[in-house]
Design a protein around this ligand. Structure first.
Ligand code: PRT
Ligand code: ZN
Length: 285
């Protein structure tokens, strides 16, 4: 059986999380900073370290079978590949930004303007969809300095915290597309590679579910249990164990990370005490 070839970013914003994800899926890869590829000791996978820009093309051409990269790059390159799973890291957006002192009335602002970007295809489709006639100045990096040096009137660049735009006197006015890291796949994998990919995706989902949820334990008087069960539906229904102290029990369940603080307040109001919240390592639904 041949190995599944996965392309990940060699060095950059995605590399650490991509390696970590494979590790959390139980796939051990060696660290060698200067190697171009390596295989895992305990899973039929080979890892290729590439520039993120090249990954869509290599996956389309089957140099790699699958890859991890940002959706922004997948959409920009527009290759014939399939997005298999969103990975929940490297969240960012491709946005249009203008000098902060300018007023902005809507997309029409960009008519007859010159906009610098490394994402000409995505920007062109945004302008076309909004019937904007603008000039796109394609540059490969340091897009945010373009207005300051007189190269362009505005920029279209990746934003996460917004501080790069701010320190360059720019103001974000339109989100063109949102992005996070994804796994893409070649569309014509043979059966054995598809099977390895399914195994990998199963593990990836278990890791993702675990991150999105917390294990919660609490003590409560018996009469508070129905109200607490309403607040904490859990995976199926909460586990309830009696405590040594009469009339009290311990309740175990799972709570979504993003609902967690709100639930804690409701639980306290309902009578819960001694609440413990514990990370989950893997969660299989
Ligand atoms: O060498 P290689 O080509 O592989 O890497 P690269 O330098 O092209 O890419 P890299 O490592 O910078 O980014 C890889 C991917 O990370 C991107 O394609 C996005 O999917 C994702 N990502 C997430 C980001 C950011 N956040 C991000 N903040 N990519 C770039 N930025 C840059 C942005 O270009 C701008 O210069 O960070 C600056 C803005 O950040 P804030 O926080 O100041 O808004
Ligand atoms: Zn790149």
């Amino acid at each position: 059986m041949s190995n599944l070839k996965i392309a990940i970013q060699k060095s950059g914003r995605l590399s650490e999380n991509s390696r970590k994800l494979l590790e959390e899926c139980g796939i051990k890869i060696s660290n060698g900073a200067n190697v171009l590829k390596t295989s895992a000791g305990n899973f039929p996978i080979e890892v290729l370290f590439l520039r993120d820009d090249d990954i869509p093309q290599y996956v389309e051409q089957k140099v790699a079978d699958i890859g991890i990269l940002g959706e922004n790059m997948v959409f920009e390159k527009n290759k014939d590949v399939e997005i298999m799973e969103q990975l929940g890291f490297a969240h960012c957006r491709l946005s249009l930004a203008i000098p902060k002192e300018e007023s902005f009335s809507g997309p029409g602002y960009f008519n007859n303007k010159k906009v610098a970007t490394s994402y000409p295809r995505l920007l062109r489709s945004y302008f076309d969809a909004n019937n904007i006639e603008a000039q796109i100045e394609e540059i490969s990096g340091s897009v945010e300095i373009a207005p300051g040096i007189g190269l362009a009137d505005a920029v279209c660049d990746i934003v996460s915290s917004g501080s790069t735009l701010m320190t360059n006197g720019l103001r974000e006015v339109v989100t063109v597309v949102k992005s996070q890291a994804v796994i893409i796949s070649n569309k014509n994998l043979d059966k054995s590679k598809q099977e390895i990919l399914s195994k990998l995706l199963f593990r990836v989902r278990a890791v993702k579910n675990a991150k999105e949820n917390k294990y919660i334990l609490l003590n409560a008087p018996e009469e508070a249990i129905p109200a607490i069960c309403e607040i904490l539906p859990g995976m199926k229904s909460p586990t309830i164990l009696p405590l040594v102290e009469k009339g009290w029990c311990s309740l175990h369940s799972v709570v979504k990370e993003d609902e967690f603080w709100e639930r804690i307040n409701q639980l306290k109001k309902a009578g819960a005490e001694g609440i413990l919240v514990i990370p989950i390592e893997k969660m299989i639904l």
